[in-house]
Write a protein that binds this ligand. Structure first.
Ligand SMILES: *Cc1c(COP(=O)(O)O)cnc(C)c1O
Length: 354
């Protein structure tokens, strides 16, 4: 086997999806499985579909293109670029939008292909990333959309806890539901989808809050790591280690914990600070910042701690481990969301899908 590698357990992912989809179903909510963290890998997306997601969603058109053979509605969840409008209507059935110029471009390209592209308009409820902040702007876009023949207004949605860290609650999601009601009152439309955010909205379901009216969530992190992301609480009966990073040891030596000589800058221009712990058993793994950020990984062996590293080397302290590691042995790490994203994206990390 070649290292470093990312080991991906599809049964664990499918199990997580089943648990979360079940929780959502109890609340009359359908799940769009967000595939961006694993770059839209079709085998992993298959585990999402087998686990019961109703849509596949990604922020990058390249990833949606990999998913073209799935016979389930696909959603583009980053605001489309006008320059990619043609691909968006080709590879996505639905897209999240907030700019009428883009929607016009989508309509035009959809008409050229004899399609009708479905639009979810994003409402900014205070997190200050994408979406209409003022209701009047939302209404003037809707008036334009109703004149376009290549697009259909499918619903509205929001995204929270991304830029501003705003936590979804009954009040802000209540406002989304209220706005949907206002739209249906003012215009001859029926909104099929009220998309109430991402994995940070799940805490409302776990705590039995009333968000009746929300009928879709777009979920990524909660499916791959079994966690709600508003407070970081684990979802019962899920796995946090469906993705494990494995690296090989290339050096093990007893060395002092303090460098010798005058301290300048490290490989990344930072001035490091050291504490003297005496002589320690140090292990170097053949993996580095070109593959991963070290603060996104956690050794499965609790006796190991991460000291640091550079582009291609990771330095571990193995003094407290009960295992007598040898050069050539492997070390396993759990990853957080950012770590999975980075490891999936690095071409140097082999993907081992089980
Ligand atoms: C990434 C993303 C999601 C999924 O977020 P998670 O926290 O991984 O559930 C949902 N919606 C949009 C618009 C996104 O960009």
């Amino acid at each position: 086997m070649e290292y470093p590698k990312l080991e991906i357990d599809l049964d664990k992912i499918k199990h997580n999806v089943e648990v979360v989809v079940g929780l959502c179903k109890e609340n009359h909510i359908q799940v769009a499985g967000v595939t961006k963290v694993f770059c839209g890998h079709p085998k992993i997306a298959r585990a999402y579909v087998d686990g019961g997601v109703s849509f596949l969603a990604d922020s990058r058109i390249e990833n949606l293109m990999k998913l073209k053979d799935f016979n389930i509605p696909k959603m583009m969840i980053r605001l489309p670029m006008i320059s990619e409008a043609e691909k968006v209507v080709e590879y996505a059935d639905i897209s999240l939008n907030s700019e009428i110029e883009t929607i016009k471009a989508l309509s035009e390209k959809a008409l050229e292909k004899g399609k009708v592209h479905q639009i979810i308009l994003m409402v900014d409820l205070g997190d200050l990333r994408e979406g209409y902040y003022y209701e009047r702007d939302l209404y003037s876009s809707i008036e334009e959309i109703l004149k376009l023949e290549g697009v259909k207004l499918l619903g509205i949605g929001t995204n929270l806890t991304c830029y501003g860290g705003v936590i979804p609650d009954e009040e802000n999601l209540g406002r989304l539901i209220e706005i949907a009601g206002n739209i249906e009152e003012r215009y001859p439309v029926e909104l099929e989808i009220i998309s109430g955010g991402n994995s940070s909205s799940l805490h409302l379901l776990l705590d039995d809050n009333n968000i009746e009216g929300i009928n879709k969530l777009r979920l990524g992190e909660s499916l791959v790591l079994g966690v709600e992301t508003a407070y970081g609480e684990r979802i019962e009966d899920t796995y946090d280690d469906a993705f494990q990073l494995i690296a090989e040891i290339v050096e093990i030596k007893e060395k002092p914990s303090m460098p010798t000589g005058e301290i300048g800058r490290d490989a990344f221009g930072e001035t490091p600070i050291f504490v003297d712990y005496g002589i320690r058993k140090r292990m170097i793994c053949a993996i580095g910042k070109q593959d991963i950020e070290f603060d996104t990984m956690l050794p499965v062996d609790e006796g190991i701690s991460i000291l640091g590293g550079s582009s291609d080397h990771l330095i571990l302290d193995g003094t407290d481990s009960k295992t007598d590691y040898k050069v050539g042995d492997i070390i396993r790490f759990k990853l957080n969301y950012g770590g999975i994203l980075r490891a999936m994206t690095s071409e140097y990390v082999k993907k081992d899908i089980k």
